[in-house]
Design a protein around this ligand. Structure first.
Ligand code: GLU
Length: 491
């Protein structure tokens, strides 16, 4: 494909950016990047009652967090602006006037009562076409002008050509979809209050912005034949359409608030990594090769293709998203993990203070054991907490104490462990493990019980990271002091 690909994401700022919109944005972005094209962000704010600047800001923020940089649009500008519909009213008016002058659109003066009466009559005579009965289509231009001059309210309608026949849309996802132009109303393109309708404004924008591919949710598929009528009336080339399937919840119903968090912001705030989130959403209806699941952003941006978009609805599975997030965390280097996740989380949890400094090797060893146990960023603080406690402040989990310490024979285990550990001079994970290793045999106590007791004594719980590594990080003196503190809990 040439470098002339131009695609757009056109959210209506009537709410936050949701998962479905984010996926549409990702597909448009990736398609532009994969084809050396241009990704345009346009704010469809023609519904003044529901659009707010605040929502626009929220959407821009979400786009930035997703890492979907736009080449033209709000804040970056471009040659085809302005990039919000409320600033483009003149363009809609000019286009409508041209269509009016060319006889491709006409004013309609029918009152709501008239329209309702026509609809009822059509129902009564079982007319298969129950839409607008084209009452004003053949008014002479003089009569129409006289009524406009007399101040009669009117809308503008598009004139669907009588002999248009089938409108065939060659959708990149759905294949050929055929609509009969006879079924299409001479639909309204301008309301009586002087605002354009979605089907008109969108096409004027897409045509004037030179959009080559329209990638959007398939809830808009039924609008497409009407939009094609507008392109044709304007004499503009019709873009390629790619209508992507809905995203469903686990119950097979359209994803909504009932299924939990739906806005991008909520996922950002919950600590998901942008890269993992984008990867996961990209797979909701698209695949690289049918099996690869971890698809880094640069691969997505070079390999994305419309051919691999599925027709079938995708199911949003929060567990898979969590899995993906853990994959991305686990794939980080220790240094990145420490900087981007562990230290910020430790700070948030109050385990360290601003300006915290640590020996690089020590920090690397900590990241090494915490990283694989971190599925969500906040886990890092939970996993690392015992390391940041002291013998005095360590919290003992009651269940772990009763299961691991408050048992016959565990007192002797702790005593033997203390003696063995005291003999370790070079306090490394290996030496610590080496000191504890012979105890089960010497004491004739199951290995699981020996290590369980020491683990609870040192970490306060049974689920902490590998013992030797953790104890090495805690330090010799504090480890011995923890055994002393735990000793009275053991029997
Ligand atoms: N503003 C419309 C929406 O959010 C855009 C639809 C389209 O892409 O044409 O649904």
């Amino acid at each position: 494909m040439s470098d002339s690909v131009r695609v757009r994401f056109a959210p209506s700022p009537t709410g936050k950016l949701h998962i479905g919109g984010a996926r549409t944005a990702i597909y448009n972005w990736a398609f532009a990047r994969a084809n050396g094209g241009t990704f345009i962000l346009r704010i469809d704010d023609t519904d003044p009652t529901r659009s707010t600047d605040e929502n626009t800001q929220i959407i821009l923020r979400a786009m930035r967090w997703l890492g979907l940089d736009w080449d033209e649009g709000p804040e970056v500008g471009g040659d085809f602006g302005p990039y919000s519909q409320t600033e483009r009213l003149n363009l809609y008016k000019q286009t409508a006037e041209r269509l009016l002058a060319e006889g491709k659109a006409y004013p309609c003066f029918c009152t709501p009562e008239q329209l309702a009466a026509d609809r009822e009559a059509a129902q009564a005579r079982k007319d298969p076409f129950q839409g607008y009965q084209r009452r004003c289509r053949d008014l002479s231009p003089e009569e129409a002008q006289a009524r406009i001059d007399a101040g009669e309210p009117y809308v503008l309608r598009i004139k669907v050509p009588e002999d248009r026949g089938n409108v065939v849309i060659n959708d990149a996802v759905h294949g050929e979809v055929t609509f009969d132009a006879k079924e299409l109303d001479d639909f309204v393109i301008f309301r009586s209050d002087g605002t354009p309708t979605y089907n008109f404004a969108t096409v004027v924008d897409d045509a004037l912005m030179g959009i080559t591919h329209v990638i959007r949710g398939d809830d808009h598929l039924s609008n497409t034949p009407r939009q094609v009528m507008v392109y044709e009336a304007m004499g503009a080339p019709v873009p390629v359409f790619a209508h992507i399937s809905m995203i469903l919840g686990a119950d097979g119903k359209k994803l909504s608030k009932r299924h939990g968090a739906t806005s991008v912001e909520e996922y950002r705030d919950a600590g998901y990594l942008s890269d993992a989130f984008v990867n996961y959403l990209a797979l909701l209806g698209w695949s690289l090769d049918g099996e690869t699941t971890v698809i880094p952003r640069d691969v997505l941006a070079s390999q994305f293709s419309l051919e691999r978009i599925s027709k079938n609805p995708a199911t949003f599975d929060p567990k898979k998203l969590d899995w993906m997030n853990a994959e991305y965390i686990n794939a980080m280097s220790n240094a990145d993990f420490a900087d981007q996740i562990m230290l910020p989380e430790l700070l948030k949890a109050g385990l360290i203070k601003e300006g915290f400094e640590a020996d690089a090797a020590w920090l690397d060893a900590l990241a090494e054991i915490v990283r694989p146990r971190t599925k969500m960023p906040a886990d890092a603080a939970t996993v690392a907490a015992p390391v940041f406690a002291t013998a005095e402040t360590l919290a003992y989990d009651e269940k772990s104490v009763s299961k691991g310490l408050a048992k016959e024979g565990m007192g002797a285990v702790l005593d033997a462990a203390r003696t063995a550990l005291e003999a370790v001079t070079d306090w490394t994970a290996e030496n610590i493990d080496g000191a504890l290793e012979p105890l089960p045999e010497v004491l004739d106590v199951k290995k699981r019980l020996v290590f369980g007791a020491v683990r609870v004594a040192e970490c306060g719980n049974m689920v902490s990271p590998p013992l030797g590594e953790t104890m090495a990080l805690i330090g010799r003196d504090d480890c011995l002091a923890r055994i002393d503190r735990a000793r009275p809990m053991a029997l």
